[in-house]
Design a protein around this ligand. Structure first.
Ligand code: NAD
Length: 255
């Protein structure tokens, strides 16, 4: 495996779950030599994740507990990165939540909760990170959106709106940070079996993984999303900013 990210520091939010996209992304970046900062809500779990990354890939990794909906937490996290590593080259805004319900039954609190984590969290974390990442020679920000933000899914008014917001933020960041050579792109995964999608009803899971719904006739794998994030962080994407890429087996062709 090439060590193209050696000397670079990457922060991945929402990286605690061993079967989550955040962990797969952290693993992929670490496998190419990046120093890793893993961030999630629970200190014990994220420390465990950092230990595993260090052990598996022989890179330096630390865990930070922070809630991306809180300005102070985001700022403290970046201060910690500055104190320990003095630099930040890659930010992956991956933390996210689901709280599905039909519009008629969705509470205002559930709408706000999902918007806060998935959309405002990306804004707050990125805003805090600007202090460091805009000083990187070739910084990269990758935001994890969703095909739900492109198509709009029944039962996901909050989630679809939040993920569409992530794409809009990606375009704004791309324009605002271009002068500092910080490239910003988004990834829109389709259905991947994780703790998050495990909370969906069996009926919805069945529908989203139905081969007639996915041209490639299978759900995606964590590593397939991580590979695209890696591409967006690499020199192979030096002339790409403000874009998104669907990793969905063709489920949302045309979007
Ligand atoms: P996951 O539940 O394994 O990962 C999400 C992580 O975010 C969790 O570890 C959780 O603790 C953390 N988190 C939640 N709220 C947080 C907060 N306020 N501050 C910090 N961390 C917080 O789920 P996943 O499926 O791996 O999802 C990762 C990302 O991928 C999410 O943004 C999700 O919306 C997106 N996504 C997932 C799928 C899929 O099918 N799994 C599809 C499209 C997009």
């Amino acid at each position: 495996m090439s060590k193209e990210f050696e000397g670079k520091v990457a922060l991945v939010t929402g990286a605690a779950s061993p079967i989550g996209l955040g962990r797969a992304i952290a693993n992929r970046l670490a496998s190419h030599g990046a120093t890793l900062v893993l961030l999630d809500l629970n200190q014990e779990k994220i420390d465990e994740a950092a230990k595993e990354v260090e052990k598996q890939f022989g890179v330096k990794a630390i865990g930070i507990s922070a809630n991306v909906t809180k300005t102070e937490d985001c700022e403290n996290a970046i201060s910690k990165v500055k104190e320990v590593f003095g630099q930040l080259d890659i930010l992956v805004n991956n933390a996210g939540v689901l709280k599905d319900n039909l519009v008629m039954r969705m509470s205002e609190a559930d709408f706000d909760f999902v918007m806060d984590v998935n959309c405002k969290g990306v804004f707050l974390m990125t805003k805090a990170a600007t202090k460091l990442i805009l000083k990187a020679p070739s910084g990269r920000i990758v935001n994890i959106s969703s095909v739900s933000g492109l198509t709009g899914q029944p039962g996901q008014a909050n989630y679809s709106a939040s993920k569409a917001g992530v794409i809009a933020l990606t375009k704004v960041f791309a324009r605002e940070f271009s002068g500092r050579n910080v490239l910003v792109n988004a990834v829109c995964p389709g259905f991947i079996k994780t703790e998050m999608t495990g909370t969906l009803s069996e009926e919805v899971q069945k529908k989203l993984t139905d081969p007639s719904f996915i041209p490639l006739k299978r759900p995606g794998k964590q590593e397939e999303v991580a590979a695209v994030v890696k591409f967006y962080c690499s020199e192979d994407s030096n002339y790409i900013t403000g874009t998104f890429l669907r990793v969905d087996g063709g489920a949302a062709i045309g979007m």
